[in-house]
Ligand binder design. Structure first.
Ligand SMILES: NC(=O)c1ccc[n+]([C@@H]2O[C@H](COP(=O)([O-])OP(=O)(O)OC[C@H]3O[C@@H](n4cnc5c(N)ncnc54)[C@H](OP(=O)(O)O)[C@@H]3O)[C@@H](O)[C@H]2O)c1
Length: 322
């Protein structure tokens, strides 16, 4: 069995989960998938930082050039996050003939066209299951399992942080600021929560889903986006009074021949399939013209669920390489 050599760019939350899954499930992956994966290099920003996992001597580097120039590396996994240098590293990895995995919705939503063009030009593949809803296999569902359908509509809870805040506001009567602080204390919200609470993160993910489902150009600026900072206890109480609840929904559907994409807080009845999605969980409802309505539900973030999606992408690419 050929050893497929992988380089991880980033060893934070997602990189660490990816490392742990490859370490712990490696033998099972070999048996089930028939491929042998070896992490050859790990790129980080600060090599002095204490790591949650023990790495073999000499594997850690701060030098991207040595990774991209190494002909023995088959797959590069970008889990750095942000726009630069992630965009540059992804494009240069593809240009160097590597297969690429990324978990980075922001870079795909903003620079996906250039990235996919670079992959096409080199006849390489970029896989990005972890970029939307972490552990939920919604990307592969749209790319493979649902190819038989015209997708009519997608509606989802795509951001765990905002869903946690709205859940706490609903269940315990907390106001937005208190629920946000609680989420930050539990590690569910960033110190700078703007991208989550303003709806930008959900919009990035919606742009990717709409690209796959409807073939729309990746254009996050065209998505009408409103976050949850304006949702008050009064709004929540009024909704509850009428057996409704408030969720930050991302939705895409065709109305009068035009696709309408939006992210905003919406009032939905308690018997709606998305009403019961609480805490940091994510869910996506997909309506296809043959299959009708499907719901994908699970953990949309975190070390292991996101690592699960990244490793599945690595395996799929390794089977092409091996
Ligand atoms: N966290 C989640 O649950 C989750 C879920 C789905 C998708 N994602 C996506 O996955 C990506 C990674 O997220 P994360 O939460 O794992 O991030 P993170 O915990 O902040 O980790 C980022 C890692 O990248 C390294 N890094 C940052 N800038 C670098 C640079 N210029 N050169 C080399 N290495 C650099 C950091 O190095 P040091 O360790 O030395 O600082 C760190 O190891 C993001 O695109 C995010 O949107 C995350």
């Amino acid at each position: 069995m050929k050893k497929v050599r992988v380089a991880l760019l980033g060893l934070g939350t997602v990189g660490t989960g990816t490392w742990k899954i490859l370490r712990d499930n490696g033998p099972m992956i070999e048996e089930k998938a028939g491929c042998c994966l070896e992490v050859a290099r790990v790129l980080v920003k600060n090599p002095e930082k204490k790591r949650a996992v023990e790495l073999p001597e000499g594997i850690l580097t701060t030098d991207f050039e040595s990774i991209v120039a190494d002909p023995s590396i088959d797959i590069i996994v970008e889990v750095i996050g942000g726009i630069e240098p992630a965009r540059d590293y992804i494009i240069r990895a593809l240009q160097a003939g590597k297969q690429v995995v990324t978990a980075n919705k922001a870079v795909l939503a903003q620079h996906g066209s250039d990235i996919f063009a670079a992959a096409d030009a080199q006849r390489r593949t970029i896989k990005y299951e972890a970029s939307v809803c972490g552990g939920i296999p919604i990307i592969s569902a749209l790319q493979q399992s649902l190819l038989s359908n015209a997708i009519l509509e997608i509606t989802g809870i795509l951001n765990g942080t905002t869903n946690y805040i709205l859940t706490r506001m609903t269940e315990s009567g907390k106001d937005f600021d208190t629920a946000l602080k609680e989420a930050q204390g539990l590690g569910y919200a960033e110190a700078d929560p703007a991208a989550d609470v303003m709806g930008v993160d959900a919009a990035n993910k919606l742009a990717i889903l709409a690209y796959l489902a409807f073939g729309l150009k990746l254009d996050v600026k065209s998505i009408q986006t409103e976050g949850i900072t304006g949702v008050t206890q009064r709004d929540i109480a009024a909704a509850r009074e009428a057996d409704f609840c408030i969720k930050l929904l991302a939705s895409a559907k065709k109305i009068n021949g035009t696709y309408r994409l939006k992210v905003c807080p919406e009032v939905i009845p308690l018997n709606h399939p998305l009403a019961g999605v609480s805490g940091v969980n994510n869910a996506v409802l997909v309506k296809g013209n043959a299959v009708n309505e499907l719901m994908f539900y699970g953990q949309g973030a975190g070390e292991m669920p996101t690592g699960s999606a990244v490793v599945s992408d690595i395996i799929a690419l390794a089977l092409q390489v091996a």
